[in-house]
Design a protein around this ligand. Structure first.
Ligand SMILES: Cc1ncc(COP(=O)(O)O)c(C=O)c1O
Length: 466
């Protein structure tokens, strides 16, 4: 591209920039790529390589990159009203329009919306709301939130405490006490044993009931779950799981929180994962697809009952961010929702590209390394195994999914890795040909991982392999 420009960027990045979720030594030793442009489903790096973004950024660029309409809407808003807050008896048209539009697409009875800058802040806000609600109802001991192993709910002190990916905790002495307790989530491939997915779905849901009985319903304020797990490995719930969770939450007067940060805005073939799985949430966190990543905006959906209590009896709600309902981010989100609606991207995921993607991904099941392919809509994971019949996992140090991810990145595809799983979440605009390319690259990467494992095996003459 620009001669030594890449080298200069990399040098200054290493010198001054602290990266999220990155190992500094690895960045220094393995380097990184400078992403400079993007269009449709493709990224371009500073060396002019094109990379198919099989993750839509971080599960967020639902409408794809390079939408001029969004840039135009943003420019208009910046000229008209670049900023004003919604504290102290003021409001702005974009936030009113956005809350109104959200009330049309979220499941009933979610009709009230509070805005944040990130999904983590949305979940923090939810923790405060749960406490506020039960305090107002005079049930001050209902505070613990039941969350799930492998859950990802964010990185702030409180939302990381909700998260069930335990490697997020020790560096900062988390979880904070009194926030959450964790139960098994519906991970049939690893925990289902001899049960059918439907039988296991009931069993996994009953872990919530057992936890409520153990702690006492008077001490449990809420249950939180992602409709389909995201970063924890895209575990798709059996059909029996969420209906049973609905029943348990109602029976014990426990609020149900759907973390829709990944599943929201079309990814599972409905506007929200709650609609795909029949979840009846009292509170919802959403982010990412709300603006397709074009602006940092997220928020909380609140049921009529909770909002009614707060508004009528709560007095001043002592909570809010400087940028809650920022006019620029709201204008961008509104334009994004307009595009999703106009192009019927939700219907496309449900009826056309989603089934095609799942069908093509499913072909990977024949690969000797693949134990399971699971997914819904444009969300999928491939779980790699050392032995297909027994589902035996690789030793942790084998790092097979990470290795596959590195091969993919070097060969023009972004996918993600956690444990022995690779994960996929492409833009909702991806074409069939692009899905074919994605699956082809993944398959070739698994061939390479397999060849490498075989060449590394004791007694193998590795010199014989290229
Ligand atoms: C399900 C879920 N909840 C919450 C978050 C946190 O969102 P943010 O990174 O915007 O703070 C994420 C981020 O990936 C997520 O996947």
């Amino acid at each position: 591209m620009r001669g030594n420009q890449t080298g200069d960027w990399l040098e200054r990045d290493l010198k001054h920039h602290l990266h999220p979720f990155s190992d500094g030594r690895e960045l220094r030793e393995l380097g990184m790529r400078v992403i400079t442009r993007a269009d449709g489903v493709y990224l371009t790096d500073s060396e002019n390589n094109r990379i198919l973004d099989g993750m839509a950024g971080l599960w967020c660029v639902n409408i794809g990159y390079g939408r001029d309409e969004i840039a135009e809407a943003a420019a208009r808003q910046l000229q008209e009203l670049p900023y004003y807050n919604t504290f102290f008896r003021t409001t702005t048209p974009p936030v009113i329009d956005l809350a109104t539009r959200l009330s049309e697409i979220t499941p009933e009875p979610i009709n009230h919306f509070f805005f944040t800058n990130s999904g983590s802040e949305a979940n923090d806000t939810i923790i405060k709301l749960v406490r506020y609600y039960w305090n107002l109802r005079g049930k001050r001991s209902k505070k613990i939130i039941v969350a799930r192993d492998y859950a990802y709910h964010g990185v702030t002190m409180a939302s990381a405490s909700l998260s069930g990916l335990t490697d997020m905790h020790p560096q900062s002495d988390l979880p904070l006490p009194g926030i959450a307790t964790h139960i098994e989530g519906p991970y049939w491939f690893r925990h289902g044993g001899d049960l059918t997915p439907e039988e296991y779905g009931i069993k996994a849901a009953r872990a919530l009931e057992e936890k409520i009985l153990e702690l006492g319903a008077d001490n449990v304020g809420a249950f939180i779950g992602e409709p389909v797990y995201g970063a924890g490995g895209v575990m798709v719930p059996p059909s029996t799981y969420w209906p049973e969770i609905n029943r348990i939450c109602r029976q014990y007067d426990v609020l149900l929180i759907a973390d829709e940060v990944v599943c929201g805005f079309g990814r599972t073939g409905n506007w929200f994962g709650s609609q795909t799985y029949g979840i009846e949430p009292d509170l919802m966190a959403f982010a990412k697809g709300l603006s397709s990543g074009y602006a940092p905006i997220a928020g909380v959906g609140v049921s009529d009952e909770i909002a009614g209590l707060l508004l009528d009896e709560g007095g001043e709600w002592v909570h809010g961010f400087t940028y809650s309902g920022h006019p620029l981010t709201c204008a961008i989100a509104l334009k994004n929702l307009e595009i999703i609606t106009r192009e019927d991207l939700v219907g496309r995921v449900r009826d056309d590209i989603g089934p095609y993607f799942q069908g093509r991904m499913g072909e990977l099941r024949d690969h000797p390394l693949v134990g399971e392919v699971r997914g819904v809509g444009l969300l999928a994971a491939v779980e790699l195994v050392a032995d297909k019949a027994s589902r035996r996992a690789f030793p942790e140090e084998a790092g097979v999914a990470r290795r596959a991810r590195e091969y993919a990145f070097a060969n023009g595809l972004v996918m993600r890795a956690v444990r022995d799983c690779n994960m996929f979440s492409p833009p909702l605009t991806i074409s069939r040909e692009q899905v074919d390319d994605l699956v082809g690259i993944v398959s070739r990467c698994y061939d390479r991982v397999l060849a490498k494992l075989e060449s590394d095996a004791p007694g193998h003459d590795s010199a014989a392999l290229p």
